[in-house]
Every structure is written in C-alpha cells, then in structure tokens.
Design a protein around this ligand. Structure first.
Ligand SMILES: [Zn+2]
Length: 203
C-alpha cells in the first residue's frame, strides 16, 4: 500500500527493510534467543511527517517542559513519602523516587540535546533518511504473538559490514547477521544489474 505509514496520505520514496523475528525462550539453562529472517518489506512516510519530526527535534521546548513536569511530580511524591512517613522502608522508597526523577530527567535532557545537535550537524539527506526510518520503525508492529519484530533498513553499507558490528547494532545472532548481509548483497547486485539493463535499453 503506497501511502504514508503515519498520516496515510501522500507517500514519499519507499524504504526497504528486512523483518527480524526473535523469540526469547526461557528454560532451566537460562534464556535462549531463537531468531529468523522474516519478510522484506517496503514502507513509506511522507515529507511533511518527516519535517514535523525534525521540527520537534530542533525545537524541543514543549517536550522538555512535559518531561520536567512529569519528573517533578515523581520527585514531589518521593519527597512527600520521605517526609510524611516514618517507616524506614517507605522513606528509602521516597528518596529513591527523587533520585530516579533527577537521573531520568538528566538522561532524557542529554538525549534531547544530542538529537538536536545531530539534526543541526547532519545534511538534509542524512536527516531525511534518519527520521523516515525512525518513523517507519516506530509505526510498524513490534510483536507477532510471542515473537518480537525488529526491522533493519536495507542499506548498501550492510554489504561490507562485519557480522560482529551487525550483531551489536541490531541484536542479531551471527547466522542471522550473515543471512541479512547476503540478502542485502543480492538486493543491490540485482538492482544494479537492473539499472545496467535500463541504461542499455536507453542506449
Ligand atoms: Zn505522512
């Protein structure tokens, strides 16, 4: 369906992604990860949804205000518990809530500021790719029954990526990282030979 995944209106150019299905199995030996490559899908988001996302990153005032309010409520509740209750456990709990609010706010503000800086530093093309992929991944299903679903953008850089790096970046077991790399290599080999044919026809 060629429509924007977010606003269901005018699509931009498609992005191709590889679906990864992951099942976490817990048994006596601990947790095991069973992984498989799922469908290769194409998804679209439109320019105005990407622009909105970029604007939020560049002007984070509203989101900073919301987060500050949220953590202020948590900290106030923590202070109230620590001050008004006399049980030691509750006082520790109250103090922990205050500490958690401060640390969470600090961590969120750091992330917001990094996101703003990278949006300013990156080229329009880099921002376009980054925000369109982020929007697509955020709006696709994350679960299929017991399985976790994740999506890897099919980019040319994957063809030469090391299996270790892919494992770390996308949480892939080595065999699945190899399959993803093979599928990507095949995709780009096919698309470049289709491009050659096209050029041949024109000539
Ligand atoms: Zn849209």
């Amino acid at each position: 369906m060629e429509k924007c995944l977010v606003c269901k209106k005018n699509p931009g150019p498609p992005k191709t992604l590889i679906t990864i299905r992951t099942l976490h199995i817990r048994d006596l030996g601990g947790e095991k990860k069973v992984q498989a490559v799922g469908n290769v899908i194409e998804e679209w988001v439109c320019g105005s949804c990407i622009q909105k996302e970029m604007d939020h990153a560049l002007n984070p005032g509203k989101i900073i205000w919301k987060k500050t309010m949220l953590y202020a409520v948590l900290a106030a509740a923590g202070i109230a518990i620590a001050v008004f209750f006399h049980e030691r456990v509750l006082r520790i709990f109250g103090a922990a809530a205050v500490l958690c609010a401060v640390l969470c706010l600090y961590s969120d503000l750091t992330k917001i500021s990094k996101r703003r800086k990278s949006t300013i530093d990156n080229s329009p093309e880099e921002n376009n790719t980054f925000y369109s992929l982020e929007l697509i991944r955020r709006n696709l299903p994350r679960k299929n029954g017991e399985e976790d679903l994740t999506y890897i953008p099919m980019e040319r850089s994957l063809v030469s990526a090391s299996l270790g790096d892919m494992g770390v970046e996308y949480g892939l077991i080595p065999e699945i990282a190899r399959q993803v790399r093979d599928i990507t290599a095949k995709h780009f080999a096919l698309s470049s030979s289709a491009g050659d044919m096209e050029t041949g026809k024109i000539l």
